[in-house]
Design a protein around this ligand. Sequence first.
Ligand code: ADP
Ligand code: MG
Length: 208
Amino acid sequence: MGCSAEDVAKAVRAVAAVVAEHRVELIQLDRAIGDGDHGENLDRGFGFVVAKLDEATPDTPAAVLKLVATTLISKVGGAAGPLYGTAFLRAATALGDAASLGPAEVTAALRAALGGVVARGKAELGDKTMVDALGPAVHAAADAQNSVASVLDAAASAAAKGAESTVPLVARKGRASYLGERSAGHLDPGARSTSLLLRSFADSAAGS
Ligand code: ADP
Ligand code: MG
């Protein structure tokens, strides 16, 4: 992801493939502490995203992310659709009409995405949600400003650790919170998917 609109679109297609690959894993994680739809929701949503990208590639990185956002918001139910939709929408807004992205832009987009998730879902660190992956990712990104690849690699590594940190936690937001103490001992599906998305973006950036 060097990072033109075309690079970002290619990275989003790679994300869709990763989500499809991990569909069953995400379903199983959500079955343990939720209703089992997380993998299905995301896979369907990114399927629609790819179909839209097949029609035409938007002409700025922000427009690509906005297409992702509007598609996830309109096509994906559950908590994660609107949350990821808001994340991509805020990221798009942060990018403005930039034709190409550098480390500062990508970091600003990540920060805006986190702001969107928090504004919408009101989760704090430690509530056992995707914020436990995205929050540490934003902090790590800020300290890795050499290149887009280094920003996303740092973000993805921090997100993976953050996702793992949700295992012992008791959920305080979303469906898993209905389980109370019984939600402890399981990886949060949304934190896991956030970690997968960021690792995929990082792999795309490293490959270009
Ligand atoms: P639903 O819970 O409606 O079935 P999904 O299964 O698609 O939606 O997504 C569940 C994930 O959404 C959780 O694992 C958690 O990471 C995330 N989530 C739920 N509520 C919130 C919230 N208020 N803030 C941030 N993330 C949340
Ligand atoms: Mg669910």
